[in-house]
Design a protein around this ligand. Structure first.
Ligand code: SF4
Ligand code: MG
Length: 330
């Protein structure tokens, strides 16, 4: 709720920040139990920062993460570590997340050992059980990370994240470092685990196709803000924000008929410097529909359909000019 997170960009000779970038700039997002919510955006959109805030790896400058009705900012000691256990993260690089000197059994069962849920003599059995949950052979327990493929290593990271029966799994680009053939296996594993365990998942990705496959709801981020959010089907079938339209127009559709009917919408230029976002609508420098008022009014998220929100003047101003300009296409 109302999450804001800034990072220092430059510092003066005393080490004090002289300018800051607002990586996440006022974000409200709800993840209901048993749901997968996808967060899509380009690099620099703040989606990873949002994932780190949601998993309490980072603290927000303002705003708060509420878990099961509890404001996590007020928790201390035992209560806080209990809540931390229920929020687990899987990162993009499955190799960087595993200690090369420790066996797979150790990697998977370590959280159980740390939290006293298993005794040392019980680690192998516990690890084998967790490996089975992610479709890995018990024989891998005695191996080392470098002896595993990228896909196997990511399964190990997921098994490790599941060890403490979390409520929420934050998966930040969990398949980006994997080859194409392994990607869908990992995504299907996440889907199965989510359905079997009723886990909630926050899936962070730059790739709309990935998110579309797994997420019940999707939030599109641009320069630290959510610009559109809603049920995945609604957003995909009828994207409302020009940025969402552009992102979706680049996603290949299996049906050639549909593909032909879809025009590729080009985004001009790179995303602006997040430390100095444009006035009014942050997307206006790249928006094919931009109007003069877009430089003055900062559009807020407004509900436009059942649980579908969008932040764009085309969908909020009562007096939107008919005949808004059509997008530049390829
Ligand atoms: Fe484009 Fe204006 Fe909508 Fe921003 S508010 S997305 S610039 S039409
Ligand atoms: Mg990232």
């Amino acid at each position: 709720r109302g999450l804001v997170k800034t990072y220092p960009l430059a510092r003066n000779v005393f080490g004090r920040p002289t300018s800051r970038v607002r990586a996440v700039d006022g974000v409200d997002l709800e993840v209901t139990a048993g749901m997968t919510v996808g967060v899509v955006g380009e690099s620099g959109s703040g989606k990873s920062t949002l994932g780190r805030l949601a998993s309490l790896l980072d603290r927000p400058d303002s705003g708060t993460v509420v878990l099961d009705g509890r404001d996590t900012a007020r928790l201390r000691g035992r209560e806080l570590s209990e809540v931390r256990r229920s929020l687990q993260v899987v990162f993009q690089d499955p190799f960087g997340s595993l200690d090369p000197t420790k066996t797979i059994a150790h990697a998977v069962a370590e959280p159980l050992l740390v939290h006293g849920r298993v005794r040392r003599w019980g680690t192998t059995a516990a690890a084998e059980e967790l490996l089975a949950r992610v479709g890995l052979d018990a024989g891998l327990a005695r191996r080392y990370p470098e002896q595993l493929s990228g896909g196997q290593r990511q399964r190990v990271c997921i098994a490790r994240a599941l060890a403490l029966d979390p409520w929420l799994l934050v998966a930040d680009e969990p398949t980006s470092a994997l080859d194409l053939s392994t990607r869908s296996e990992i995504l299907n594993l996440l889907l199965t685990l989510q359905q079997e365990t009723g886990l909630s998942v926050l899936l962070v990705s730059h790739d709309f196709a990935t998110v579309q496959h797994l997420a019940h709801r999707v939030a599109v981020m641009y320069l630290g803000r959510i610009v559109e959010e809603g049920p995945t089907l609604d957003v995909v079938r009828e994207p409302l924000h020009p940025y969402t339209k552009a992102l979706l127009s680049a996603v290949p559709v299996p049906d050639p008929q549909v593909q032909r009917g879809r025009r590729r919408i080009l985004l001009h230029g790179d995303a602006p410097n997040p430390a100095d976002p444009p006035s009014g609508c942050r997307f206006r420098t790249r928006c094919a529909y931009a109007m003069p008022s877009c430089a003055e009014v900062d559009p807020q998220l407004e509900t436009v359909g059942t649980g579908h929100r969008v932040a764009c003047l085309l969908h909020s101003e009562p007096g939107t000019p008919a005949g808004a300009p059509s997008p530049r296409t390829e």
